[in-house]
Write a protein that binds this ligand. Sequence first.
Ligand code: UDP
Ligand code: MN
Length: 272
Amino acid sequence: MTPRHAYVTLVTNADYAMGATALARSLKLTHTTADIVILHTGGVAEADLAPLETLGCRLLPVEHLPLSDAFNERHARGQLHAAAPFTKGRKPLFHSPLDNFCKLRLWELTEYDRCVFIDADAIVLRNIDRLFAYPEFSAAPNVYESLADFHRMNSGVFVARPSEDTFRAMLERLDQPEILWKRTDQTFLQAYFPEWHGLPVYFNMLQYVWFTMPALWDWNSISVLHYQYEKPWEKDHPKADRLKPLIDLWQAFYAGDDVPDISSMANPEGAA
Ligand code: UDP
Ligand code: MN
């Protein structure tokens, strides 16, 4: 029997549908044999999902998690940003932190043996199907500023094994009185899987590394490029000048234009 594998992403509004379109195009170009599953909530219009349908993605409607009103209020954008301010970058207005928790619905996809979750604001630059042979829970470190970042994981790319038992156990752990998961699903998943298996940073290269730690940059090694904080489809965001080559690359995937040969892209000044 062929193994049942899927790349999974989440889309709760029109902006992230754009992101997922570039992601799905990039995955197709790697000649993956896995399914591409788009978990989408009621907030996304059919027209915004149409390009994903055309690309052959499997569209799966999901509900928000059954969480208490108090939990939802604590994790609403205004409250969360006040309680745990973002100082390193800025989240676009279309980002609702509460929506992130819908990622956990991946564990309900028990028709698959393994899933690789990828944020809708990422693109895949080379085939990564071997990740389906990796154990739960594998993820890369949250590196975008300094060596200390290696202590934490980033939940933009992870390998997981769907299981109703795990999903139930997660829901129980998630909604505790007074709990605030400051960085939402990411903080939760790191607590739930304290012994997470570390993937090389190149499986989830965060865009800020381009200017904060250029010595780490290497187009020949990067498998997944992740546009954390400001998004490459936002008009003139505060870091757009500094990230121009990365934004142009994302735009080429999104538009379905010819994509440049990644290995011939210029590394940033200061690259090793
Ligand atoms: N997401 C979404 N709608 C939202 C917020 C998040 O669909 O309002 C999904 C989307 O897949 C997104 C992921 O959850 O890529 C995590 O959010 P984001 O990538 O914006 O966070 P960052 O990588 O900047 O921390
Ligand atoms: Mn992201």
